[in-house]
Design a protein around this ligand. Structure first.
Ligand code: GAR
Length: 195
């Protein structure tokens, strides 16, 4: 059984997909805790599943480093085999990344290396891309630059809004995340930064 801590910032639909997957006793993953950098609706999914939650906001700390140190201590208290950034919208300091990577993965709504950063969907539309998708990757010290574990593509429809496109991306993203975390648990995906 792979023990996972999930970090979120928003609605937590990817988290919810993972939690729903764990309802199947054959799914080899257990969500140990869910953390966020701010109060957000996604934490309600964890509460519904009786899973511990924590909120650690950077505003309550004198520096990003101090914030991330407390975040790291809190994550480590649950002794996860894997930490998943699922819509976690803060950039983590290098110390946090070094402590957990490569057992630290992120899901991002674009075909990396295209459109990294906080606005992957908006940036793909603004660039006039005809296709985009989702990338799940190991987190390294750059922004969305770590080794890729899996990608899925979809065509951008004419006149699609950012919201519409992001919702369609999230449908394939949730499936991909559930499958990648399973593959990590069953050692079909090896977390190796040399890839
Ligand atoms: C997801 O699409 C995730 O890829 C994106 O935020 C969304 C969260 O949705 N993350 C980033 O853009 C990180 N750069 P959710 O809260 O419904 O899971």
């Amino acid at each position: 059984m792979l023990g996972v801590v999930v970090l979120i910032s928003g609605s937590g639909s990817n988290l919810r997909a993972l939690l729903d997957a764990t309802n199947n006793p054959l799914y080899p993953v257990r969500v140990l805790a869910v953390g966020a950098d701010q109060a957000c609706s996604g934490l309600e999914h964890a509460e519904l599943f009786g899973i511990p939650t924590f909120v650690i906001s950077p505003e309550n700390f004198g520096s990003r480093e101090a914030w991330a140190e407390t975040l790291l201590e809190t994550v480590n208290r649950f002794r996860p085999d894997l930490t998943v950034l699922a819509g976690f919208m803060k950039i983590l300091p290098h110390g946090f990344v070094r402590a957990l990577s490569p057992k630290l993965i992120n899901t991002h709504p674009s075909l990396l290396p295209l459109f990294p950063g906080a606005h992957g969907v908006r940036d793909a539309l603004a660039a006039g891309a005809t296709e985009t998708g989702v990338t799940i990757h190991i987190v390294d010290e750059g922004v969305d630059t770590g080794p890729k574990l899996a990608q899925a593509k979809l065509a951008i429809l004419p006149d699609e809004t950012e919201h519409e496109l992001h919702e369609r991306i999230k449908v394939i993203e949730r499936q991909l995340l559930v499958s990648v975390v399973k593959d990590i648990a069953e050692h079909r995906i090896k977390l190796d930064t040399s890839k």
